[in-house]
Design a protein around this ligand. Structure first.
Ligand SMILES: [Zn+2]
Length: 465
């Protein structure tokens, strides 16, 4: 007997990838415990599994694998819409130092991490993201900031890889003036504490976090590789999100060169941004089998240019999608932006077709996180991380056009039901795990308190407190 049979759906297996994956219309998925037992045409599977403990009739719905987002900072939601003095933000460097560090990360507390992560993971789940790779940055919440992240993730039911950002940056001190390896040590300790506390193969896993090549010494970068080897946890890091000149001035080398020399790079590395790269930098990423977390919206925000994603793909570099949690938490918007921006940038409509845009959050992302055998497609034996989507489309949606629906009109609010590990965590668009109003209220309260630390007191005027 199976635990669950999803029948009559337009099933996109996306296995081994979106372009060649089988489509069953109507199709069915049999789920036993946390895994997919069988997928196929609906009629025969309904007959075979007539005694299923639970049946979902998914007529009019698309069934597909859950989205995977490979680079986020969930507590960043506390900074959404913060009414700051934008005249101080004249470059990416200003944005990083003020909006990223001074006005947000350096004043983020443990309570803020808990509330922000609850809100972000809830919103992401509801819009179809079932796995996220999150990097927590809050130097004044050490030790213990990851405790809130783990609790929030467990409460909402999303799958996650989690790490704390190792950096030698001293809060409040310009990085060109001084770096202090003692801060990196605290960061390593936070990561190791998490890694040693988690069950292997659980829904929450650790992934060692490292900020950048320019905020860490070569010794710290080498040590990150040693720790990743010891714990077999992989590394997440930002690479080349700032103009190359910054690192060249310091070392006479690019970020990939510095990181390769330190021995940090490898197939277990997820590198966010990767914007300002030369041909030889791309070769370094390719020969070290590094996966890229492409973050097109935040790259645009900082005026940092457009990452060479088509060139990366040409060279066989695995590219996935991240979003920093800086704007909306709806992955649909990032899929669409990644689909469009390279066409505009290169004046070439043939770049990044819909199937490739969707692969960024499915198979490519699963491979980036070392989970290619577990998630990213619907296939017998894989985890039952499944979305049921009711398309809100002005035109027919069927097997011939369903892939382009995702770049054309899909929005996260079309996601109706979400399963993680075979468990329904969102039913009819509502979380089965948490009180959504309470989560939202706690997050708005924490954002209000964080803004107050910047001298912004909006409590009296707020319409949603
Ligand atoms: Zn980031």
């Amino acid at each position: 007997m199976v635990d669950l049979l999803i029948k009559n759906a337009l099933v996109l297996t996306c296995h081994p990838n979106v372009l060649t994956g089988e489509i069953h219309a109507p199709g069915a998925i049999a789920v036993k415990e946390s895994r997919i037992l069988e997928i196929g045409p609906s009629g025969p599977l309904e007959a075979k599994y007539a005694d299923a403990a639970e049946v979902i009739d998914a007529s009019g719905r698309i069934a597909m694998p859950g989205f995977i987002v490979t680079h986020t900072h969930m507590p960043y939601v506390l900074g959404h819409n913060q009414p700051v003095d934008v005249s101080q933000l004249r470059s990416f460097w200003d944005m990083l130092q003020k909006m990223g560090w001074e006005w947000l990360e350096d004043i983020t507390t443990a309570d803020g991490i808990l509330a922000g992560t609850q809100y972000a993971s809830l919103k992401m789940l509801k819009s179809g993201t079932t796995t996220v790779c999150d990097l927590v940055e809050a130097p004044n919440a050490l030790p213990g900031p990851l405790d809130g992240s783990v609790r929030a993730i467990a409460e909402t039911g999303i799958r996650a890889q989690l790490g704390y950002e190792v950096t030698e940056r001293v809060p409040g001190v310009p990085i060109a003036e001084r770096l202090d390896p003692a801060y990196a040590e605290e960061g390593f300790a936070e990561n190791v504490r998490l890694l040693e506390s988690l069950e292997p193969g659980g829904r929450v896993q650790g992934r060692l976090g490292v900020h950048t090549a320019y905020t860490n010494s070569p010794e710290t970068l080498s040590r990150a590789r040693e720790i990743a080897e010891k714990h077999q946890c992989g590394i997440q890091i930002h690479i080349a999100e700032i103009p190359r000149a910054f690192l060249c001035e310091k070392y006479g080398k690019s970020a990939p060169e510095v990181l390769e020399e330190a021995g940090l790079l490898g197939p277990d590395v997820v590198a966010a941004h990767c914007i300002d790269l030369t041909d030889s930098d791309l070769e370094i990423l390719a020969r070290n089998h590094v996966s890229v977390a492409h973050t097109p919206m935040t790259n645009s925000l900082g005026g940092n240019g457009v990452a060479r994603v088509p060139d990366m793909m040409e060279q066989g570099i695995n590219v996935s999608l991240g979003h920093d949690c800086f704007f909306t938490l709806d992955t649909a918007e990032y899929i669409r932006y990644a689909y469009l921006v390279h066409k505009a940038h290169r004046a070439n409509p043939m770049l990044i077709p819909p199937f490739q845009a969707l692969d960024l959050v499915l198979g490519n992302a699963a491979a980036a996180l070392g989970l290619a055998d577990e998630i990213g497609s619907l296939h017998a034996g894989k985890k039952a991380d499944i979305l049921l989507i009711r398309p809100d489309s002005p035109s027919p949606v069927g097997p011939s056009n369903v892939i382009s629906y995702f770049t054309m009109t899909f929005r996260g609010c079309d996601v109706e039901t979400v399963l993680v590990d075979g468990e329904v965590v969102v039913a009819d668009g509502v979380s089965t795990h948490v009180d959504e109003q309470a989560v939202r209220k706690a997050c708005v309260e924490q954002a209000t308190q964080l803004w107050k630390r910047n001298g912004i007191d909006v409590r009296a005027q707020s319409i949603n407190l």
